[in-house]
Design a protein around this ligand. Structure first.
Ligand SMILES: [Zn+2]
Length: 458
């Protein structure tokens, strides 16, 4: 029968040749990109971030801007689209790519290295089985079942990808088309639990890429990338949890806060966050002191900020586990204080100290009665104490989002509506991620990791 030709040029593929004999022509590698995605069951167990379509394309409705003015039509959730694209395309990215001339934004993963103490003193068993991710195949041209393979090439031998190759046809399940606003669409196939990533035996001393190639016969194209955050420096956060008792009953904080700190939040920034002290601060037993008595008789008419400031002052004077030198918010203090109380402060769940002239976040926060059972409040306020602003703070956040539209710990659980007479805002609806806001964005990881309260040598 015929010969087999390998033809590189697309134009030549499928051309029929005159002259009687039929030539079998090698199929041409189809154009597509590969993206790593988080499983839908994600609850903050590791760091994973990617540039969501909704942040940069007008896909969804935003009811009001952050000044409370109504918006019409569909709006990207981020106001700094160009800067956000640049951030995900290039910042810390090793060998940025643009397959077939398309913009490519690699997803980011952060996992602890699984090591023996001899290999690395600050390893962890947290991700010893690795992390299993979803894959998305984005069509650039219509795909069909052929012999195309996807292969993964890790940039470090201690960063393991399993399997090392996958047949493309096993990833072409049900095709989905998503509108990106206007006439733009994205067509893709999503497959759950396809690839496992593990960091073992030695930490990553640099941000490390996992390259993704499409291969068919001798044709090979780089079509995707996963970036893995360097994990050779694991800062430690020490948290002092203080139950502030102001009456005959005392508050109870949700019971899983140690797990939250360690396994569902700051672990995403590769921080070992540990509750080192769990203690009571019983103000009723100190009420013979005039300043304590004044607080106990007056807190019901105080603002959240005044209560926070009073607790800080009283704890520095009478607290058992106060810093040995200086104040709680001094840079010499390497502990973070979580004060919780059954005092109510209107609708405020929690508050973190912030030095207004310098806009420096402090090292302590208070959780009020309405926030005691909220996972998000425990972490959100602690996020402030670790230098994170709200994602909708135009003056403090590197990227400005509309309030109430993301699943980030530092967003709000409600969408900002029109201004209210009290000086705040009405809600225009719940954040659709309310109850499952477990994300910290990749650009937030280095902000937390640089917080002055963290311990680098231990
Ligand atoms: Zn806040």
């Amino acid at each position: 029968m015929g010969h087999t030709l390998v033809i590189d040029s697309i134009e030549a593929a499928g051309r029929s040749f005159a002259g009687g004999s039929t030539l079998a022509i090698a199929p041409v590698l189809k154009k597509f990109m590969v993206h790593f995605r988080r499983p839908s069951s994600y609850q903050g167990e590791y760091g994973f971030d990617w540039l969501r379509d909704e942040y940069i394309y007008p896909i969804k409705t935003v009811t009001h801007n952050n000044s409370g003015s109504p918006l019409t039509g569909k709006t990207p959730f981020c106001m700094d689209v160009g800067a956000l694209k640049t951030e995900y395309k290039t910042t810390d990215v090793v060998n940025p790519i643009s397959p077939y001339g398309k913009d490519y934004y690699p997803a980011w993963l952060s996992i602890f290295p699984h090591t023996t103490t001899a290999q690395f003193a600050h390893g962890s068993r947290m991700h010893r089985f690795g992390v299993t991710l979803d894959l998305e195949i984005e069509e650039i041209e219509t795909l069909s079942s052929d012999a195309t393979k996807i292969t993964f090439e890790s940039g470090n031998r201690n960063l393991i990808v399993t399997p090392s190759e996958i047949n493309l046809q096993t990833l072409l399940g049900s095709k989905q088309t998503k509108s990106l606003g206007g006439s733009l669409t994205r067509t893709y196939y999503h497959s759950s639990g396809k690839v496992n990533i593990k960091s073992k035996d030695a930490p990553l001393a640099a941000h490390t890429e996992i390259k993704v190639f499409a291969q068919l016969g001798s044709q090979k194209e780089e079509v995707g990338k996963l970036m893995v955050y360097k994990n050779d420096v694991i800062p430690k956060a020490e948290i002092v949890v203080v139950n502030v008792i102001t009456g005959s009953t005392s508050a109870s904080l949700r019971s899983d806060y140690q797990f939250l700190f360690k396994n569902q939040s700051f672990n995403q920034a590769l921080i070992r966050a540990e509750v080192t002290t769990d203690t009571n601060f019983d103000l009723t037993a100190l009420s013979s002191n005039s300043d304590v008595a004044a607080f106990l008789s007056g807190y019901s008419s105080m603002s959240a900020e005044t209560i926070r400031s009073a607790i800080e002052t009283l704890y520095l004077k009478y607290g058992t586990h106060k810093p040995s030198v200086g104040g709680i918010d001094d840079s010499t203090n390497k502990k973070t204080y979580l004060f919780y109380t059954d005092i109510s402060a209107g609708t405020i769940n929690g508050i973190c100290s912030l030095d207004i002239p310098t806009m420096t976040w402090g090292n302590h926060y208070v959780i009020f009665n309405s926030g005691l059972s909220s996972k998000r409040t425990v972490i959100h306020e602690c996020g402030h104490s670790f230098s994170l602003p709200h994602v909708f703070s135009a003056s403090l956040s590197p990227f400005d989002f509309y309030q109430g539209y993301t699943d980030n710990y530092m967003d709000y659980t409600w969408q900002r509506g029109s201004p209210s007479p009290s000086g705040g805002y009405y809600s225009s609806g719940d954040n659709k991620y309310k109850g499952k806001m477990y994300s910290l964005f990749k650009w937030q990881w280095p902000i937390i990791r640089s917080d002055r309260s963290l311990i680098l040598t231990y």
